[in-house]
Ligand binder design. Structure first.
Ligand SMILES: [Zn+2]
Length: 504
């Protein structure tokens, strides 16, 4: 897509956005293993080069290289699938992941958790601790411990370095091209077209990529994952229960079971092994966090392909379950009201919820969001302002506040808050997009294009990043300092693109 002529950036903080690739069918790829075309067995092991992932101790790939590899992997994913941009959802998944990592044997290993807004049931771990969980999987979980069990399992793959043990690259693979290939392969399990792209990438690069989570790896990740789960005060029994549900859901597919499941089944022995291990823990009751319930409701609305059905689902829950579950159903109905532009209805629901639960940030944020989406910017700004005072450390709310300020024309204020965001939030593409909008509003096109370039780069669209730098170079208002930043970034992007071996 050629977007280079865009000068005014429209902030796409679409609260409720549909997945671009609505799943035609729910393919089930359990826990991110990879079916691989074993085309050419003639690998010259002397040629194995960067990134050499054959060493389990991690000495051959430095932490800096792993970081670079992980970032490139994440950018590639952005260009191929819809990664969640909703700051509240992001904040929940990262906090849950960090809670688990704190109880792993690598508590200081950097991890980046994110939600993929696809209905397929999948979760996967990439280099650099990048762990993705699909919306479809989150919605399949019935309790929070089930989600935690999947995340614990993925954390297990990372801390046991399975990816690095199992992946082999022959020939000279640069980090960007290894990352792009890995991303394509991981996603190939979801879409036949992507699988073909991965095969082509492999052939074009004269590369044999061997990633295969063996039965031993799966069992080890289960074992490590369950330990993490129990230490983090989640229910170990949720792991076998969720595996069983996964296995049951595969029965719907018959002959159409993806290749992945044929080679990497959730076997009866895996289920019975995890069940046996879970039984060694004392039985207890575990409550879901409200954040889990609210996040699931939001994801349900955002990825819904039939809002009428989703509305019926929440309606049914209004009169059953715990008070908390009923409250969450009201929240879900409020989100549907926003999405269907029934702002009065949304306003009523969120006014009531905030009156009842003034300390619950999600309800107050939804009320502010109602004002924002109904273009009542003055009201939106003052609601967000109050929210920031109430929850000063809540970056998801700040992101929304910035959006409201930009729409209300309060550019300077938006800029100040952008600069105050924490380092993790600054990794989100939305950060660069907002910054580009700030400079566009301030009529500084060169700066605006410069930050748009960073946005495209973060989205894995290096080609568009290069175009934006060139537009910046042709813009008015260039000074010496900016010029040198631009030429430095241009050669960096060009270099990255050449190493990735792609033209766009
Ligand atoms: Zn696994």
């Amino acid at each position: 897509m050629f977007k280079a002529t865009i000068i005014t950036v429209s902030i796409c903080l679409t609260f409720i956005s549909m997945p671009q690739q609505a799943a035609e069918q729910n393919t089930i790829t359990v826990f991110g293993g990879l079916p691989l075309p074993s085309t050419d067995k003639q690998i010259d092991s002397n040629k194995i080069n960067l990134p050499d992932m054959g060493d389990s101790s991690g000495t051959l790939i430095s932490p800096a290289e792993e970081k670079e590899y992980g970032e490139a992997f994440f950018r590639s994913l952005h260009s191929q699938i819809l990664i969640n941009q909703d700051a509240e959802i992001q904040s929940y998944i990262q906090a849950t992941g960090e809670k688990l990592v704190a109880n792993s044997d690598a508590p200081s290993h950097p991890f980046h958790f994110f939600v993929v807004m696809e209905n397929d049931i999948n979760a996967f771990a990439g280099p650099g601790g990048y762990v993705g969980v699909n919306a479809g999987l989150i919605l399949l979980t019935e309790v929070e411990s089930e989600l935690a069990s999947v995340m614990g399992h993925e954390i297990g793959h990372v801390t046991q370095r399975h990816l690095f043990r199992a992946a082999e690259a022959s020939g000279r693979l640069s980090i960007p091209s290894a990352a792009a290939t890995l991303a394509a392969i991981l996603l190939g399990t979801q879409s036949p077209a992507m699988g073909q792209a991965a095969i082509m990438a492999i052939q074009a690069g004269n590369v044999q990529f061997q990633i295969d989570f063996t039965r031993e790896n799966e069992e080890e990740a289960d074992r490590v994952g369950m330990q993490i789960l129990a230490l983090s005060k989640y229910d170990p029994r949720s792991m076998p229960i969720f595996f069983e549900r996964l296995q049951q859901s595969t029965r719907f597919y018959g002959q159409a079971i993806p290749e992945f499941l044929r080679t990497h089944p959730v076997t009866a022995s895996r289920i019975s092994d995890t069940r046996g291990r879970a039984e060694t823990y004392p039985y207890k009751q575990y409550a879901d966090s409200l954040a889990y319930l609210l996040t699931k409701a939001k994801i349900r609305v955002m990825t819904s392909i039939n809002l009428e059905d989703t509305s019926k689902y929440f309606q049914a829950n209004l009169n059953q379950g715990t008070i908390e579950q009923r409250t969450v159903a009201r929240y879900g109905l409020g989100l549907i009201a926003i999405k269907t532009e029934k702002y009065k209805e949304a306003e009523t629901i969120f006014q009531e919820l905030t009156r009842q639960y003034p300390e619950q940030s999600q309800y107050v944020a939804a009320l502010a969001r109602t004002a924002l989406d109904s273009r009542n910017y003055k009201n939106a700004v003052s609601r967000y302002q109050k929210l920031i005072e109430q929850f000063p450390d809540n970056d998801p709310i700040k992101i929304e506040y910035i959006n409201a300020l930009l729409k209300a024309g309060k550019t300077e204020q938006a800029k100040d808050i952008l600069l105050s965001l924490n380092a993790k939030t600054k990794l989100l593409p939305i950060y660069w997009q907002s910054l580009a909008q700030v400079y566009s509003n301030m009529n500084q096109p060169a700066e605006s294009h410069r930050f748009l370039a960073e946005y495209y780069y973060a989205m894995g669209e290096t080609y568009n990043a290069i175009l934006q730098i060139r537009l910046a170079q042709e813009s008015k208002g260039l000074n010496f300092q900016l010029s040198s930043i631009l030429s430095e970034r241009l050669s960096f992007f060009i270099n990255q693109q050449q190493e990735a071996g792609t033209n766009h």
